[in-house]
Design a protein around this ligand. Sequence first.
Ligand SMILES: *Cc1c(COP(=O)(O)O)cnc(C)c1O
Length: 227
Amino acid sequence: MQLAEQRLTAIKQRIHNACRDTGREQSDVTIIGASKTKDAQLIKSFGQAGLKDVGENYLQEAIGKQQALSTLPLNWHFIGSIQSNKTKLIAQHFDWVHGVDRLKIAQRLARQNNKSSPIKVLIQINPDLEDSKAGVALDTAAELADAMAQIDHLQIHGYMMIPMPRDSEAEQRRVFAKAKKTLETSNQRYGLNMRHLSMGMSADLEAAIAEGSTMVRIGTDLFGTRV
Ligand SMILES: *Cc1c(COP(=O)(O)O)cnc(C)c1O
């Protein structure tokens, strides 16, 4: 087996085990290859091995790779921090935008979306209220989701989070469970139908899946360490 196939198989096995242990369907969890700093050739080998979803953090870097990989049927996710002067290119080049945390950004993405399908967005939650990270507090997410649900040409699908590292899987699960709870209460309170939680990375995908993640963003354990 080639490297890409081996790494992808290993991640699928971890997801399989996490789903089996917690009574979830493996088909409900999408692997997003978080490929920042990795070149198009490497991503291509993963695409050929069956990876369908790619997450990029830096707009210019991503656009170059998209051009190089245009023959592969990949879904592109923007998972980096969003500056408002970049929303036009983000809207035009990505299917999904994780990490939206202001209504104004969502409105711009919707207005600048030139695709026939609505742009799909996730609201970033900042559970530890870290200054270095984007995202809203847990208790304001629902209201923002309701406001975004009113915007045309945009679909709000759920929440994304990048918690601080925790020492144990129990601690990891505790914070991911808060996102799950927030998704449920948001849907109930505002009659929404959000179904996605983008959470879990190389180090904590099992805990995230145990608490309902539907999209794990995997960098290191697929593409190798970043320099
Ligand atoms: C880099 C990155 C990841 C992947 O992290 P790993 O620990 O390398 O798996 C996931 N999500 C975001 C937003 C990232 O920037």
